[in-house]
Design a protein around this ligand. Structure first.
Ligand code: PHE
Length: 451
């Protein structure tokens, strides 16, 4: 059982895994979401808590989730079934994987809609629509854009189709080849944009907003949002790292690779902040303007800077690319499950899973126009799906993974899989058994008002 191969093949190398996992981690979460929720949650206060969450909970759980996948080398549901048997634990642990798959569909459903916005904005950039923009013009352009359900559905369909095509080609020819081409492009463009931000008049104010510590702004909501964002951005708690781990050759160090992935992810999020906030401040925009932030702010910069046309086109291509390498990771657990358990071909599995997420996506599309006034608990349907998945399902999944890896699995098995020097293993063991689960748990208690 332990030495078996994944049905779907393996990554060709450690580097391929790192790229794919970084591709999964780096996405809309870093470039679109991180800046706007940092902006809504007090900037630097949020950034501080976020980084602490990544180090104390994110990295140990990322190691654990990857380890579970590599040990069983199957889709997340079967992986949990195999591992509970091996550990002699309750079979209900497999619900963890089911919850993850549901979370994956929900996230992908809105992810694809937002990635659709980025695709549409790529075209606007190419057409020169941002030329001479000011804050007024870009806000109107964005409001007008999201007001049309048909247009949003068109771009959502376009993006979902692209995801399905890549995933249908399999591990090496689809996922791996895509990230190998796309990731380097993304990093280069990120640095170019930061370079531009440094030349704007809002640069020091932007840096101040993101990095000068302000403990007074740390509230329960800031902490919950930060931990949710850490899970979301690292792509944890829903089976993605489990399935990517299942494709990981046995001799690769899980610890080293996941630390590289988590660091790269955090760096990109911070770079996105450094690129965006100076432009926000230089143009008198509000940092807390919500999901439209990058769509309303950056076009101003692109519309007025030298070479802005090129930068604009590059930026939105980068956003689409980053989203693609994450959307394939969001759908892969369900695809692997359909292939293994329902005996479908990869093509059939992609079509089924893609269709489910596509239809679910209509809820998000409508929540920005026709259903904009439909509120539950004071939130639109999009905000609700986002909060339910990022702030509840992913941390809950991560919590369960931590408990399973820390308390249920036999120590010799985790030792063997992680293959770490004694001291480092002990640090991981303490983090995964106590620190990470306690952290998630306390935050939940705080939010439901018990503390
Ligand atoms: N990490 C991705 C992002 O930041 C989203 C994602 C979540 C991907 C969960 C895979 C799993 O955009």
């Amino acid at each position: 059982m332990i030495d078996k191969q994944s049905l779907h093949g393996e990554w060709s190398s450690r580097f391929a895994f790192i790229l794919a996992a970084t591709g999964s981690a780096v996405g809309l979460g870093n470039i679109w979401k991180f800046p706007y929720i940092a902006g809504e949650n007090g900037g630097s206060a949020f950034v501080m808590v976020y980084v602490v969450c990544v180090v104390l909970m994110g990295i140990p759980i990322m190691m654990a989730e990857t380890m579970l996948g590599r040990r069983a080398k199957q889709n997340p549901v079967a992986t949990m079934q195999t591992l509970t048997k091996e550990a002699g634990a309750d079979t209900r642990w497999q619900y963890l994987a089911w919850m993850g798959m549901v979370a994956g569909f929900l996230i992908l459903s809105y992810y694809s809609v937002i990635a659709g916005w980025a695709s549409a904005y790529t075209l606007k950039a190419v057409m020169g629509d941002f030329f001479g923009s000011d804050a007024q013009k870009t806000s109107v352009m964005f409001a007008e854009f999201i007001s049309s359900p048909i247009r949003l559905i068109f771009w959502h369909s376009f993006f979902m189709l692209a995801t399905m095509i890549i995933v249908s080609k399999g591990i090496r020819n689809g996922l791996e080849r895509a990230v190998q081409m796309l990731m380097p492009v993304l990093f280069v463009m990120m640095f170019l944009l930061v370079g531009y931000a440094m030349t704007t008049s809002g640069y020091s104010q932007g840096l101040h907003f993101l990095f000068s510590p302000d403990f007074s702004k740390i509230t329960g909501k800031v902490v919950l949002t930060a931990i949710g964002q850490a899970f979301f951005s690292l792509g944890l708690g829903m089976g993605t790292m489990m399935i990517y781990g299942a494709y990981l050759p046995k001799n690769v160090s899980i610890a080293k690779s996941t630390i590289i992935v988590a660091s790269a992810d955090t760096i990109v999020a911070l770079l996105a902040g450094i690129a965006i906030f100076p432009i926000v401040f230089a143009n008198g925009l509000q940092p807390d303007s919500g999901p439209g932030l990058v769509f309303e702010t950056l076009p101003i910069a692109f519309g007025n800077m030298t070479g802005g046309w090129l930068f604009g086109v590059l930026f939105f291509i980068m956003l689409v690319v980053a989203a693609l390498t994450s959307s394939i990771a969001l759908i892969e657990p369900a695809v692997a499950w359909l292939i293994e358990s329902k005996e479908m071909t990869r093509d059939q599995a992609c079509v089924r899973a893609g269709l489910v997420a596509w239809v679910l996506g209509f809820v998000t599309v409508l929540s920005f126009n026709r259903w904009a006034d439909v509120h539950f608990f004071g939130q639109t349907l999009f905000e609700l799906i986002d909060a339910l998945t990022a702030n509840i399902m992913l941390p809950a999944g991560g919590f369960a993974i931590a408990i399973f890896a820390g308390w249920m699995m036999k120590q010799p098995h985790t030792e063997q899989e992680l293959a770490l020097p004694t001291m480092q293993y002990k640090i991981w063991k303490v983090l995964i058994s106590y620190v990470a689960p306690a952290g998630v748990f306390l935050i939940f208690l705080h939010v439901v008002g018990v503390l």
